[in-house]
Design a protein around this ligand. Sequence first.
Ligand SMILES: Cc1cc2nc3c(=O)[nH]c(=O)nc-3n(C[C@H](O)[C@H](O)[C@H](O)COP(=O)(O)OP(=O)(O)OC[C@H]3O[C@@H](n4cnc5c(N)ncnc54)[C@H](O)[C@@H]3O)c2cc1C
Ligand SMILES: NC(=O)c1ccc[n+]([C@@H]2O[C@H](COP(=O)([O-])OP(=O)(O)OC[C@H]3O[C@@H](n4cnc5c(N)ncnc54)[C@H](O)[C@@H]3O)[C@@H](O)[C@H]2O)c1
Length: 483
Amino acid sequence: MSKHISVDVAIIGSGTAGLAAWRTARAHTDSVVMIESGPYGTTCARVGCMPSKLLIAAADSAHQVRQAPGFGIHPGTLRIDGQEVMARIKAERDRFVGFVLDSVASIPDEHKIIGHARFKDEHTLLVDEHTEVAAKTVVIATGSRPTYPDAWQSLGDRLLVNDDVFEWDSLPASLAVFGPGVIGLELGQALHRLGIKVWMFGVGGQVGPFTDPEVMDYAGHHLRQEFFLDADADVQRMERRGEQVEIDFCNAAGVTERIVVDYVIAATGRRPNVDQLGLDALDIERDDKGGPVVDPCTLQTSLAHIFVAGDASNQLPLLHEANAQGRIAGDNAGRFPEVRAGLRHSTLSVVFTDPQMAMVGASYRELERRYGNNGGIAIGQSGFENQGRSRVMRRNLGLLRLYGEPGSGLFLGAEMMAPDAEHLAHLLAWAHQSRMTVAQMLTMPFYHPVVEEGLRTALRDLHARLRQGPAMGDRCMECGVGD
Ligand SMILES: Cc1cc2nc3c(=O)[nH]c(=O)nc-3n(C[C@H](O)[C@H](O)[C@H](O)COP(=O)(O)OP(=O)(O)OC[C@H]3O[C@@H](n4cnc5c(N)ncnc54)[C@H](O)[C@@H]3O)c2cc1C
Ligand SMILES: NC(=O)c1ccc[n+]([C@@H]2O[C@H](COP(=O)([O-])OP(=O)(O)OC[C@H]3O[C@@H](n4cnc5c(N)ncnc54)[C@H](O)[C@@H]3O)[C@@H](O)[C@H]2O)c1
């Protein structure tokens, strides 16, 4: 090691969590370093949230053109220029990355080290072979990376992960997407709507983030109307043939079918980047996947001066969580040993499919565990097929299920595939974090005609099932003209 430094706080990773940790730690001390082994710019801006939403925005545009005849509008032949689509995505992506690079540039040079960090011991990090950092506290904010079966490596450059999609100069003709989870569905549906022939394969029947079987069934059924989706696929063979990939799978009729695609996208989950940190050098408590056990309120590990934030913590791999966790961990690392329990928000996640998917508060599976599966919770629901505003917009697809606690009437959580779920989910998350009862939520104002009236229908249903309000009629008034 050519250089030895000593600091109060060392942060490993300069993604969303690392940058947030740097800002909050800096409020306590100027003796902070942030170590980064890859390019600056964050996963969110470079290969995650932002480019994926840009791709989806282009796909939405194509979809609206295709939907226009349903309103009596006939825009003519749709032409999708793959080069222009990708050029806009990359230009806007670069703009978002540029904002992050600007804020990284504003961090003093002495606070930044380039290289891969690993632990030598509880208070010492080695960065590549050039710097040894002695730190009073450490924040691990190393993010996550895609994971897929090793055997798929044989596909060479025909095997892609999300990062690769955003480097395309144009759009391919055909794809197989493995993993109908969050990334697979967002990318797969968008690419299908951009004219690519998409086959999507899953395991075990899981679709999207859902744990409520009714919402999952609804989503699977609806998505299958749009593109090929086998959520419990029997894929028998996958082999590279020249510049393409040949896949044999057992189709719904039980017959082996062969497809040939330009690329395979692996969207089969992500793993925290904690396996190359030299954790074996530490006597730190680990979970069953080998990651450090992390206190959700302080973000401390069993070694009190080592914190984990963002995707690396393996809690909720979402952007706002990375930011919130980074702030808590950085604040605690800076103020150590006077650590504080930070505010953890109610769970809120949104998948930008069409219709969107969302989860709020406790999931159905969590509540089943907590309350038992013998009717322990009350469930209210509403469909969006006949919801007034949704029908007006011809976006009348969706199922919203709300969970409430019998007796107290507390709102516990929700799972949904619904129009504008991103907005419904925020209302519900705010109510959940405010610990509102279903009765209190029903006293809130609802405009007309809006998608939120569908939420009110589900709340009334839940209220009735909690036996705190009148039974729902077969048809609710607001589906048509409103209250
Ligand atoms: C395709 C896609 C779409 C997404 N869409 C959304 C969305 O719409 N909404 C949402 O909320 N979330 C979304 N996410 C998730 C979100 O992007 C992540 O939760 C978030 O970016 C994680 O931030 P982070 O700081 O934990 O990790 P990162 O931003 O990945 O930062 C980790 C950093 O640590 C560095 N590093 C790793 N190991 C070391 C080491 N040993 N030494 C030094 N540096 C190291 C890495 O190079 C990296 O720069 C999406 C993710 C993907 C992949
Ligand atoms: N809108 C958003 O907020 C957003 C968008 C993208 C990603 N993310 C975050 O990134 C995380 C990771 O996303 P992801 O989609 O990679 O993971 P995921 O866990 O959501 O989905 C992985 C899917 O792959 C399936 N699978 C696993 N092995 C398989 C195999 N061999 N063949 C076929 N299918 C297989 C799983 O059953 C699951 O359905 C998400 O949990 C989310 O937190 C969020």
